[in-house]
Design a binder for this molecule. Structure first.
Ligand SMILES: CNc1nc2c(CCNC[C@]34C[C@H]5C[C@H](C[C@H](C5)C3)C4)c3nc(N)[nH]c(=O)c3cc2[nH]1
Ligand SMILES: [Zn+2]
Length: 377
């Protein structure tokens, strides 16, 4: 695993049929192929998975989070532990989100100002404050390979004027993040393009941020309840505004269909809680679509979750057994569904990369949808 001092993007080829790109992202903790799905580890763990299991399924990068780790156990403790990699025994790449999104989705009575966001902890009600500078301090303490700029993800729907004010503030915050980011560390700071569903605001945000020359760019403000076709339209006019020699990360996406459609529109990196979250109530992604293991019809089905899957769960356990564990609320049950769902998405991205290599990603999409049925969220 070659490691490099900073984060760089290596373009390998462009799919002649779809325009999607095959690449590799190199980081101080190893490289990963793109388009890539990044398993999410909210509280310094990908729930119920060990680092060894994540490596077994070839996860090259995982996500963690400023907001949750700031609240508990506190970033200073993790700094004293030697950083997040050491703390959670993960020696591959880590990306941390900046916390802004979670303040809006988790905490009560938050107050946003030019300075930053004041909010109450969703754990104990303590009054807390996040700002571009604070978000940089926390992520520097965590030692993640890729840090995200502190931004505001506007709610959907929102007025044009609200999105305009918010997007312009996010650009000013990005400048403050750059200034505050401890220089000389081998951590890469990615900017986050906002602008809601408005082409002129997306253009303005992309122009502001690309003029500051970040090593990578995320597209934020999507997957916030807007119709899928709207998200794809925004991607179609936003991705081309970003440099081709740097990674593009679509935040909070997504379901299998959205991963394929995003790759077709030039996205390299994705994160989504879906596979781990739905696994905890026994819902599994399979090559034939969504499978709810609690359904009675699986009670005496001694076949695997997915006959086409080669994962540890599908090689060793039956639907009947997994259904029993989930009904009995045995934690081994959600370990098995989580392992399978993560493996499914990581495998799907491997097939997407192969389809790009073979210049046939649009054909792959049609074949996938024909068998899968559109995943309904
Ligand atoms: C779902 N749709 C969506 N997500 C979004 C996120 C969070 C990405 N996931 C990181 C996250 C978020 C939570 C849950 C897990 C762990 C940790 C806390 C980090 C993934 C976003 N994050 C930022 N900074 N900005 C956005 O515009 C944004 C838009 C999103 N739209
Ligand atoms: Zn499986």
């Amino acid at each position: 695993m070659t490691t490099v001092a900073a984060v760089t993007y290596e373009h390998i080829k462009t799919c002649q049929q779809s325009g999607a790109r095959l690449g590799r992202v190199h980081t101080p903790h190893g490289s990963f192929d793109t388009p890539a799905f990044m398993p999410v580890g909210t509280q310094a763990t990908v729930k119920t998975m060990s680092p060894e299991e994540l490596k077994e399924m070839n996860a090259g990068i995982i996500l963690s989070n400023t907001y949750h780790l700031f609240l508990r156990p506190g970033h200073e403790l993790i700094r004293r532990a030697g950083g997040l990699h050491k703390f959670m025994n993960w020696d591959r790449a880590i990306l941390t989100d900046s916390g802004g999104f979670q303040v809006f989705s988790l905490s009560e009575n938050r107050k946003i100002s030019e300075e930053g966001v004041e909010f109450r902890s969703h754990l104990n009600g303590d009054k807390l404050f996040l700002s571009p500078e604070k978000a940089m301090e926390i992520q520097n303490a965590l030692g993640s390979d890729i840090m995200m700029a502190f931004d505001e993800c506007p709610p959907y729907p929102a007025s044009y004027d609200y999105v305009k004010q918010s997007t312009e503030r996010t650009s000013r915050w990005a400048e403050r993040c750059l200034a505050a980011h401890a220089r000389g560390r081998d951590q890469a700071l990615f900017a986050i393009v906002q602008g809601g569903m408005h082409e002129d605001l997306r253009k303005q945000s992309a122009a502001d941020l690309t003029s500051m020359d970040f090593p990578g760019y995320a597209i934020g403000g999507l997957s916030v309840g807007e119709p899928k076709h709207m998200m794809y339209e925004v991607l179609e006019y936003t991705t081309p505004l970003l440099p081709t020699n740097k990674p593009r990360y679509l935040m909070g996406v997504g379901s299998p269909d959205a991963l394929i459609e995003g790759a077709i529109r030039g996205i390299d990196m994705f994160d989504c809680v879906l596979p781990t979250r739905i696994a905890r109530n026994g819902t599994c992604m399979t090559s034939q679509g969504r499978l709810v293991i609690r359904n009675l019809k699986h009670a005496d089905d001694f076949g695997p979750l997915d006959p086409e899957c080669s994962c540890y769960t599908c090689r060793n356990y039956s639907r009947a057994y997994i259904r029993h564990l989930i009904k009995a609320e045995e934690t081994f049950g959600i370990r098995l569904t989580t392992y399978h769902n993560l493996h499914f998405l990581l495998e799907l991205m491997k097939q997407v990369r192969q389809a790009i290599m073979d210049d046939r990603l649009l054909d792959f999409r049609d074949e996938f949808f024909a068998r899968y049925g559109l995943f309904d969220n």
